[in-house]
Design a protein around this ligand. Sequence first.
Ligand code: CA
Length: 231
Amino acid sequence: MSAAILVVEDEPAIQELVAFTCSTHGYSVVRADSVSAAQQAVKSELPDLVILDWMLPDRGGIDFLRELRTHERTRQLPVIMLTAKSAETDRVAGLDAGADDYVVKPFSPRELMSRVRAVFRRRAPEHAGEPLSYGPLTIDPARHEVLVDGKPVKMGLAEFKLLRYLLSHPERVLSRPQLLDSVWGDHVFIEERTVDVHVLRLRKALSQANAQSLIQTVRGLGYRLSSRADS
Ligand code: CA
């Protein structure tokens, strides 16, 4: 349910601080103390965000960042660089290599979490932990609640995650593979038809409040959350 953050940091005290901060804010945490350990972690399960130290024992964090940006599977992965380097050229290098943000050491846990939330808000709003709304629909992820016109609607966990993802990308056509990844993770092998089953259940749940037509089928492409009738 909670978003997974991969913490790549070789200094034990800082790794502990970052991991502890993230987990107390409800994120699940995977730790790595080198680029090779981080590669393994990403290979076995794609995290939702990476906090990446600049200086690591085997290779530079920025090398790993460039590598992530090269591969289709990890190209969009949000990355926050952790760096002792505050020189402007280093920051520019990090951002040029595709970092979404950077935090300069020493940093406060509060600052770090506000950066994490800002990056999630921009790149993956379904993980920002904040309410999402579209038309009559509102999701409160913290309370695990779906409201239609202010009234609660009950649904299963998979339907909840599906709706959360659709709500964070309103008016956009989302393919079955995208929806699968968002709900079940990218390493789980589930047939694409499963998405159709859960969309049916989601529509059924929303029909309690007469809001089922917001989930539109876009033939041959996937699904879209929209109140427009032009699909
Ligand atoms: Ca380091």
